[in-house]
Design a protein around this ligand. Structure first.
Ligand code: ADP
Ligand code: MG
Length: 379
């Protein structure tokens, strides 16, 4: 009885999340340096919208408001940001594929959100570590009903090549992305490290961080010009029903989205810039064709979208997390970022669908409340 109520509650919760749309868009505004409460040049921030004051040199002068599922201002803590994403992240243990990616120009706070700042502490650790710890703890709580295996890979995509950031040999080998009926899209030759304690999770983060840092000093902050991806593979065996489930989650810190002036860079930098532009454009095309429910989704245009294919669209849950810099000089790039995000959210969050959903969502919420009450009576 108790087990059934729990399962039912979880199922309804996932259904509720599904109805909210499989593509969500969040936005976070970094504080100005030295002014932790200031959003600088950003016009205003509400829970579900952000306004920018646009001068005439960027087109139509005036205030423009962008609506998203959630907007975090400069004072939002890492814990608050994670709390909002937690249900989505947890659904990987129920066999969902999840993809969360941080988008924005260099210096906008992508790495801060996903990994945390350089001086990590309990308060400042980012989504990656919080997610691993949470999944591990939740899998422990469920251990009498489901036997979970959680394994992690840390990959980098640089110039359209996949590298293993957990490789003990420095990871200079170029890896292939494969598609198998058993494991879906995967990178079989990348190191897969099991997570069987919270300290495993922390050690992994350290190792990936160091490997990325090594290439950063060697190659002039390459980290902002490559995509890094923490992939969590989950397998679960239901101990009573005997059934199996599989879920994959990609947590992606994308390369900086800023346009590089072609007249100013040459050689390697130009090649990097072209690869970044191409892969981010490919990602944008995939997401918007999913949001528009187009029959053909162009996954094959870049390694980035190939790698994420299983976790974008279909039954997968996607969170696009865009980041905004508060400095006035960052406005042009901020507007490109917000327009990129708007391409997705304008479609998915349209009013037409909302009406139909309201009654369904309401009903599901009531059922969840009833189940929660039933659970409480059991305690
Ligand atoms: P990106 O990865 O987008 O290039 P970073 O995450 O490296 O940007 O952020 C740039 C700087 O701003 C870093 O020093 C980072 O610690 C700081 N920073 C970013 N976001 C926040 C935030 N929300 N609160 C405080 N400091 C932040
Ligand atoms: Mg970064």
């Amino acid at each position: 009885g108790y087990r059934r109520v729990l399962d039912e509650n979880r199922k309804l919760y996932n259904q509720l999340q599904d109805l909210k749309g499989n593509i969500r868009v969040y936005c976070r505004v970094r504080p100005l340096f030295g002014q932790p409460n200031s959003a600088g040049s950003v016009g205003s921030i509400e829970e579900g919208s952000i306004s920018m004051i646009i001068p005439s040199k960027y087109g139509k002068e005036g205030r423009k408001t962008f609506n998203f599922n959630r907007v975090f201002g400069p004072t939002a803590t890492q814990a608050e940001v994670f709390a909002d994403m937690q249900p989505l992240i947890r659904s990987v243990l129920d066999g969902y594929n999840v993809c969360i990616f941080a988008y924005g120009q260099t210096g906008s706070g992508k790495t801060h959100t996903m990994s945390g700042p350089d001086d990590l502490s309990e308060e400042t650790v980012g989504v990656n570590y919080r997610a691993l710890r949470d999944l591990f703890l939740l899998s422990q709580q469920r251990k009498d009903t489901v036997a979970y295996d959680i394994g992690v890979q840390v990959l980098e995509i640089y110039n359209d090549q996949v590298r293993d950031l957990l490789a003990t040999d420095g990871g200079n080998k170029k890896l292939e992305i494969r598609n198998s009926s058993q494991n879906g899209i995967n990178v079989p030759d990348a190191t897969l490290v099991p997570v069987s304690s919270t300290s495993d999770a922390l050690n992994l983060m350290d190792l990936g961080h160091k490997n990325r840092a090594v290439s950063a000093t060697a190659m002039n902050d390459r980290s902002s010009r490559s995509h890094s991806c923490l992939t969590v593979h989950v397998q679960g065996r239901d101990l009573t029903a005997g059934s199996h489930l599989r879920g994959t989650m990609h947590l992606v810190d994308l390369a900086g989205s800023e346009r590089v002036d072609k007249s100013e860079v040459t050689g390697d930098r130009l090649k990097e810039a072209q690869h970044i532009n191409k892969s981010l454009a490919a990602l944008g095309d995939v997401i918007s064709s999913l949001a528009n429910k187009q029959a053909h989704v162009p996954y094959r245009n870049s390694r980035l979208t190939q790698l994420l294919q299983d976790s974008l669209g279909g039954q997968a849950k996607t969170l696009m997390f865009v980041h905004i810099r508060p400095e006035p000089h960052a406005l042009g790039e901020n507007l490109s970022t917000l327009k990129f995000a708007e391409r997705v959210s304008a479609v998915e969050l349209g009013a037409a669908r909302a009406n139909k959903e309201t009654s369904e969502v309401k009903e599901l919420k009531e059922q969840i409340a009833n189940l929660k009450a039933a659970l409480a009576r059991k305690d």
